[in-house]
Design a protein around this ligand. Structure first.
Ligand SMILES: NC(=O)c1ccc[n+]([C@@H]2O[C@H](COP(=O)([O-])OP(=O)(O)OC[C@H]3O[C@@H](n4cnc5c(N)ncnc54)[C@H](OP(=O)(O)O)[C@@H]3O)[C@@H](O)[C@H]2O)c1
Length: 306
């Protein structure tokens, strides 16, 4: 089966690509890295030629960059959904699978609302779409740390989630896309949508603390309480019909293949000033209040690859 994957280099998309290839499918990778832009539509018509099914796993985030604003996320998802439907329909794509988020319909603002608008837009286009609502990925924890880094601390939101490995979500997406009954008669999905989640309830604050300890990162995790109660009142937890699948966060963390690589360099929050050559004055009067540091350490920060 010829299947295209948007977000082919992303946290979940890269696993979708690998699983499809392992299963012997003809995989078309869609991302800007591969010369295809789902927002502008550049390269999309050529890439979707003879494609039977699209698995949509793109998002507007980019590795190493700040989190897009909710408005930017809304614009990204709207343009991407419209292009996938318009161009996909024109070149006779038969069906699409979208990865969404558990509890997404509960959001009335912010990134969650942008994602809900995406789900709606995907469902309401001309190409039949199935939705898989996933819990936050284990891989989302290092992303939250990265977004929250400020000197030697990382501010991480407290949440109630059943986090799940991106690879397990990828398996669920591949199974939906290749379901022979749906392939024979593609119809648009109706709620309740299938959900996929990890085995345990966890809080990203505690998971982030385990992550930085595991990777020996010089960071302290500070808990932040999100404004929207949806994050902490249980509405993002998996429903009773959710598929619950491992590995646990702990197993994922200890797995060499699943844990994201970490480019970590020291960060100290040192306040000593650099001279014109970039060297830092580490004399007692100007020494970093946390601990003595070298110039290289002062100028560095922790960077987490995805
Ligand atoms: N992260 C989570 O915890 C989580 C949980 C549940 C559901 N989801 C959903 O899963 C989906 C994927 O999330 P993710 O975290 O795996 O994404 P991600 O790691 O942020 O990856 C984003 C992907 O989208 C591609 N992309 C970005 N802008 C693009 C553009 N203009 N045109 C084409 N490709 C573009 C990126 O590749 P290039 O940079 O090469 O273009 C990359 O492959 C999203 O819809 C998200 O809402 C995520």
């Amino acid at each position: 089966m010829r299947i295209a994957v948007t977000g082919a280099t992303g946290r979940v998309g890269r696993h979708v690509v690998a699983l499809l290839a392992d299963d012997g499918h003809d995989v078309v990778r869609l991302s800007r890295t591969h010369g295809v832009n789902v927002v502008t539509g550049v390269g999309l018509a050529q890439a979707l030629a003879r494609v039977e099914c699209v698995i949509d796993a793109a998002s507007g985030s980019a590795a190493g960059q700040a989190r897009p604003t909710p408005d930017a996320a809304l614009e990204f998802f709207a343009a991407a959904a419209d292009n996938l439907h318009r161009i996909g329909h024109a070149v006779e794509v038969q069906r699409m699978v979208e990865v969404s988020v558990i509890g997404v319909d509960q959001f009335t603002s912010g990134h969650g609302a942008a994602k809900y608008a995406h789900e709606q837009r995907m469902l309401n286009g001309p190409v039949p779409v199935r939705v898989l609502r996933a819990a936050q990925f284990h891989e989302f924890v290092p992303q939250l740390i990265d977004w929250g880094i400020d000197g030697g601390i990382a501010r991480v939101p407290t949440m109630r989630i059943h986090s799940v490995a991106a690879r397990s979500v990828a398996r669920g997406l591949v199974d939906l896309a290749t379901d022979p009954e749906w392939a024979a008669r593609p119809t648009r999905a109706e709620p309740p949508f299938p959900e996929i989640a990890g085995p345990d309830e966890g809080d990203p604050v505690e998971m982030a603390t385990r992550f930085v300890t595991h990777h020996r990162l010089p960071l302290r995790i500070h808990a932040v309480t999100p404004d929207d109660p949806i994050y902490t009142d249980g509405r993002l937890l998996a429903g009773p019909h959710a598929a619950r699948t491992g590995p646990t966060f702990e197993k994922w963390l200890n797995s060499a293949t699943a844990a994201p690589p970490v480019r970590a360099v020291d960060t100290t929050g040192c306040s000593s000033a650099a001279d014109s050559s970039g060297r830092h004055d580490t004399s007692p009067a100007n020494r970093c209040p946390q601990r003595p540091v070298t110039c290289a350490q002062r100028n560095s920060r922790v960077v987490l690859d995805r």
